[in-house]
Design a protein around this ligand. Sequence first.
Ligand code: FAD
Ligand code: SF4
Ligand code: SF4
Ligand code: SF4
Ligand code: SF4
Ligand code: SF4
Ligand code: SF4
Length: 671
Amino acid sequence: MAEEKKQPRIGVFVCHCGTNIAGSIDVKAVQEYARTLPGVIVADDYQYMCSTPGQTKIDNAIKENDLTGVVVAACSPRLHEPTFRTATKEGGLNPFRFEMANIREQDAWVHMHDNAGATAKAKDAIRIAVAKAALLEDLYPKSVPVEHAAMVVGAGVGGIQAALDLANAGIKTYLIDKLPTVGGRMSQLDKTFPTLDCSQCILTPKMVDVGRHPNIDLRTYTEVEAVEGYIGNFDITLRKKARGVLTPTEATEKGIVGGGCNGCGDCDAVCPVIKPNPFELGMKPRKAIYIYHPQVTPLIYTVDFDSCIKCGLCVEACGEKKAIDLDMADAFETVKVGTVILATGYDIFPIEKKREWGYKQFDNVITSLEFERLICASGPTGGHLIRPSDGQTPKKVAFVLCAGSRDNTGVGKPYCSRFCCMYSLKHAHQMMEKIPGCQPYIFYMDIRSFGKQYEEFYYRIQDEGAKFIRGRVANILEDAKTKDLHVYAEDTLLGQPVDLTVDLVVLAAAIEPTQGIDPVRKMFGVSCSQDGWMLEAHPKLNPCGTTTAGVFLAGVCQGPKDIPDTVAQAEGAASAASIPIHMGKVELEPYFAQCIEEKCAGCGMCVNLCPYSALALVEKDGKQVMQVTEAKCKGCGTCGGFCPGGAIYMQHFTTPQIVAQIDAFLLGGEE
Ligand code: FAD
Ligand code: SF4
Ligand code: SF4
Ligand code: SF4
Ligand code: SF4
Ligand code: SF4
Ligand code: SF4
C-alpha cells in the first residue's frame, strides 16, 4: 500500500554568515517572513549555519517538529549543500528533502549597497525554495562499483608524480602523453629556482621510475580519442599514434626474436631528412626518425611521418632488429578506469603577437624558454649563451618581465603567469655565473617572489649585481648594423624615460593552456575558467577536483604554478583519485531522468539528444520505450526539456516542482 503523503512541514534556517549576509540583508525580517509562508512550521536564524551549533539547530528542529523538508538560506550550494544534506540526514530525514536558497553570492554580495532590495530578494529566494521543498521526495543515491585502475593524462612533472603516487598505492595506472616521451616542460629547463638544482637530475630518476613501475602502464605518443562512462567506470579510448618503430615487446609479439628498437641511433645517422627540432625550439636540427631528447623515456625512436619521404634507408640501417615499420597505422584501444587525473600543462604564449617587442622580427630577441635551452649544457650550443645574430657572447642583457602577462590590452593575458619573476632572477644569476663581467637588467612591474626561500633568492640576485628597472618596456628597436637592441621604457621609480642599448633581450613570455586541449577537456566534462585554465570544483575546498565526479586536476593545466606547487597538487589529486578506488564503490547523486512508460511514444528523439549516451529504446510489452542507464545519466535535463509527450521525469527537478517555484516567484510576492 502506498504510504500516505504527509502535509508539508518545512523548517527554514537563515544564515548571517557573520556580516557577509547580515551586513546587507535584514536577517530577522527575512526569518519572520519565512514563518508566514505556506507549509513553514519553524523559521530560525543563526550566525554561522554551517558550524556545529548551526547544524544541530537543523537536526533538533527536524526531530522536534516532525519536519518533511528543510530550507537553508545561506551561501552557494556549491559550498555547503553536502554539509546541510548531512545535517538533514542526521535529523532523520532523507537528505534529498533539503533545498538551499543562495542569499550570499547571488544576493548580499551583489546588492551590498541596496539593503532593502537585497532583503526583498532574499524573501523571494526563500519563498521559491519553500515551494520546491513542499514537493521534495525521498531519493536514494545509486551505488556503483569502481574499477581498480586510474588514468593520468599528461606526463609532465605533475602527471609523473600523480602516477607514481597512485601506482605506489597499489593502483594500476595508465600514464598517457601525446609526445614520444614523458617529462613535459621540466625536461627543457636547465636549473630550477630557488635551489638551482639541475632540472634533469631531479626529473630523470622519476622518468625512469614511471617507465619501470610494475603498476604503471606507460603510453607515450598516445592521445585520448573518446570518453564514455562515469566515476568508477570510465571507458576511455586511446589513439596510439603510429610511431613507425616497434618496441622490443611489440617486436616479440610479432614473432621478431631479439628485435625491436634498442635506441642505437643507426637509423638517425642515415636519414636524409632534416627538420627543426621542436624540443630545442628550432635552434637545432633533427632527422625524420628521431628521439625527442637524449633522456627520453621510453628510449624508442619515432618516425615523423609528416616529413618522412619513405626512402627506406633507416630500415636498411636497422637490419636484423627489424624495428622500423613504415606502414604502421594509428591503433585504438579502450581501457576501463575508475578515476582520471588531467595534468596537461601549458604552452608558451606566442609573444610575437606583441609586435612592439620585436620577437621573430629581431634575431637577438629571444624567449625565456629559448634562454633555458641556450644556457643548458645539453642544449643546442652546449651551454654557451650566444647572440643568435652573430654567435657572440652577450655582455648586456635585458630581461623583460610580464611579457604578455598582466596585460589588459586584449592581445596578451590578463593573469600573472606566476613563475616568470622567479625564473628571470634565476636567468640573471646563471648569466652572471657563466659570463664574467656581464650585466643583466631586469625590467619589472613587481617582483613576485612569494614561495619558500624565494624572497631570499631575490635578495641574493640583487647582491650579485643584477640591475632592476621598475617599468613596463614600451618597445624595442634594432640597430640594423650592429643588431644591438634599444629598449625603451619609463623608470616609474625615478620618473625618467629609459633608452638602454643591450646585446640581447629575453622576454619572460606569458603562458597559456596547452594548444588543442579544449576537446580533451570537454570529453571529460571539465569546464574552464574565463582565462581558459581548467576549472577546479572549488578554489579553496576542492582545488584538485572538478565538477565531473572522478576527474581531478594536477599542475599547470588548472592555472600557472611552479614545480613545487605542481608536485604538491599532483600528490593531492592522486590522493583524491585513489579514495573511490580504495572504497571500491561510489554513490551517484540520484538526479536521474526517469521514463513514464505509458506516455512514451517510442519516437527515439531523446536517445540522440542525450550528450552522455544514457538513453536507449527497448522493447517492452510489445512497444518501444525509452530506458535510462542511471549510472550514465548526469541529470542535465536535456531529454526532459525536449520530450514532446512529457514522458520524461527528472528526479529532484520534476515539472510540478519547477512550476511551483515559478508560481511562487510570480504570484507570491509580499507587496
Ligand atoms: P607540463 O610540464 O607542461 O607537462 C604537461 C604534459 O602533458 C606534457 O608532457 C604534454 O606533452 C602533455 N600533454 C599535453 N596535452 C596532452 C594531451 N592532450 N594528451 C596527452 N598528453 C598531453 N618552475 C620551477 O619551479 N622552477 C624553475 O626554475 C622553473 N623554470 C622555468 C623556466 C621557464 C622558461 C618556464 C617556461 C617555466 C619554468 N618553470 C619553473 C615552471 C615549470 O615548467 C612548471 O611548473 C612545470 O613544468 C609544470 O608541470 P606540469 O606537469 O603541470 O605541465
Ligand atoms: Fe557562511 Fe555559508 Fe557557512 Fe552560512 S553556511 S556561515 S553563508 S559559509
Ligand atoms: Fe631503433 Fe633500429 Fe633506429 Fe636502432 S636503428 S634506434 S634499433 S629503430
Ligand atoms: Fe628518414 Fe623516412 Fe627515409 Fe627512414 S624512411 S631514413 S625516416 S626519410
Ligand atoms: Fe609578471 Fe612576475 Fe607575474 Fe610573471 S610572475 S607575470 S613576471 S609579475
Ligand atoms: Fe520520444 Fe519522449 Fe519516449 Fe524519448 S521519452 S522516446 S522523446 S516519447
Ligand atoms: Fe541524458 Fe537526459 Fe540524463 Fe541528460 S538528463 S544525461 S539527456 S538521460
